[in-house]
Ligand binder design. Structure first.
Ligand code: GDG
Length: 463
């Protein structure tokens, strides 16, 4: 197909191709097709430049737009992470709004739209990633841009009943209907998004499942994101984990890996571990929860609070249940390098994912991909992680019921080899079939096929 692929994401790897499934997949998509990757870069200057900065990249271009300290505070920490993140993760109680956050969010998105409109050629396709850029297409349309512009939201689509908590929420429909294709993680998200359109007096749902608002039609489809399976398989070496872990004889391992974020259900996870310890039968082997939780967004209050809560609860559980030669919870508040992570996944008897809301959750897929097919571990997976839709062979749990999760831990630790293998085979088939390369292809094919909207006017306004 003619025209360049232009990818916009807040984060962009500037040194080399980068690591992590999404970054590698976008790098490959751009290398195959040619194009431009645009992302943010912090500046010490008081005023952000109105021009992109060009960076060396083989096969395609990398461009960055500047974020001043004020932008960082208002657009990134403020509106994106203190308003939109809690809104989309069903935590409207944690929304911390100041009107300057909305101003900063609009300012950055408008500036980016202007810069982008200047470099776009008629056949280019734009692929915008995530909640940092909800209004970008709307601002582009205001500038008369007719190009295909697609969007992929990595986190859950906000519930219609929560949306009024979004300041100036009336414009949300103009923001999202300015995209030609809205990609979401799950069927559940698609249903929530279509319900939002259906409930709007000026929007209608068409028979092909797309949504019409004013003169524009938007396709809404799910594209569950996957992982780079080979990378996990190659790195997964349980011996390396054993050498590092030094577990006791016959001691089992449960692993959790999450940014320290309230959406990941970490407190519930510790409480579930406590419940398991409380109900543990005398003949049950010892098990240790290794919780890796690197710091995240620590400038936002809600993130500092969860850190305190985790430290308190870990201390309480270990105080009550530790033995001289056994500490049931090992909580690590720093990142672990990727190869060791894969080795730890493989060594772990149980992978524990207890998100309260999660777009997909790649850890669930990475855990499965790292297992030994002859002696696989068991995935315990929250019903509220997008991954649950594709992974019914995991032990699906309600993370709000900590006793239920405790029982699932017990069931996982006792599960016979035949059952573990059967569940693993089904899970691994799905993880392999819908990997990260499948995901980029599926999305870009759909974007290429979706009907072009000739109209640029939105029904309402973008701000
Ligand atoms: C958002 C959505 C969606 C974590 N700790 C370490 C480490 N990680 C890696 C994991 C995994 C990634 O970070 C986390 O991905 P998740 O999918 O679990 O969660 P979010 O960061 O919240 O991502 C989510 C995703 O976007 C993609 O669309 O699935 O729902 O919230 O890859 O392995 N990696 C290393 N050390 C760590 O300590 N090396």
């Amino acid at each position: 197909m003619a025209g360049r692929l232009i990818v916009i994401s807040n984060r962009i790897p500037l040194e080399g191709p980068g690591s992590g499934g999404l970054v590698v997949a976008l790098h490959e998509a751009l290398t195959d097709r040619g194009g431009i990757w645009i992302g943010a870069q912090e500046t010490d200057a008081d005023t952000a430049s109105e021009k992109f900065t060009r960076h060396e990249a083989p096969g395609y271009e990398k461009l960055t737009f500047e974020l001043t300290a004020k932008d960082q505070e208002e657009y990134y920490l403020g509106f994106s992470n203190s308003v939109l993140w809690p809104l989309c993760h069903r935590r409207t109680d944690l929304i911390d709004f100041e009107s300057r956050y909305a101003d900063g969010y609009e300012r950055v998105n408008r500036r980016l739209a202007h810069m982008l409109a200047e470099i776009l050629e008629p056949e280019d396709r734009v692929w915008v990633h995530d909640y940092h850029f909800f209004p970008l297409a709307c601002f582009l349309r205001e500038l008369g841009v007719k190009n295909r512009v697609g969007y992929f939201l990595h986190i859950p689509f906000p519930n219609g009943s929560d949306l009024p908590a979004l300041p100036h929420h009336e414009t949300f429909i103009d923001w999202i209907s300015s995209y030609d294709l809205i990609g979401l993680q799950t069927q559940r998200d698609v249903a929530v998004c279509l319900e939002f359109f259906r409930g709007h007096p000026k929007a209608e749902l068409l028979l092909d499942g797309s949504a019409k608002y004013g003169s524009r039609t938007t396709q809404v489809r799910s594209f569950p994101i996957g992982i780079d399976v080979d990378v996990m398989l190659q790195a997964a070496d349980a011996r390396r984990a054993d050498a590092t872990l030094r577990l006791g004889d016959g001691e089992r391992l449960i692993i959790g890996v999450d940014r320290l974020d309230y959406s990941k259900g970490l407190v519930n996870r510790l409480k579930a571990m406590e419940s398991w310890l409380q109900h543990r039968e005398p003949d049950e082997p010892r098990a240790t929860l290794l919780q890796i939780a690197p710091p995240s967004r620590e400038k936002v209050l809600a993130y500092r609070e969860i850190r305190d809560e985790m430290e308190l609860l870990t201390g309480k559980i270990n105080g009550e249940y530790s033995e001289i030669d056994w500490t049931p919870v090992r909580y690590i508040h720093k990142p672990v390098e990727r190869e060791l992570l894969a080795a730890l996944y493989r060594r772990a008897d149980v992978g524990l994912v207890t998100s309260l809301a999660d777009g997909m959750n790649l850890v669930a897929k990475e855990y499965v991909a790292s297992q030994d097919p002859e002696d696989p571990g068991v995935l315990v997976l929250s019903n509220f992680a997008g991954a649950a839709e594709q992974m019914p062979d995991a032990l699906i749990v309600n993370p709000y019921d900590v006793d239920e999760v405790g029982e699932a831990i017990s069931q996982a630790l006792r599960m016979p080899l035949d059952e573990r293998k059967a569940r693993y085979r089904e899970l691994m088939r799905g993880v392999q079939e819908q990997d990260i390369r499948w995901w980029t292809r599926a999305y870009l094919d759909a974007l290429a096929r979706c009907p072009v909207n000739l109209a640029t006017e939105t029904e309402g306004s973008c701000d």
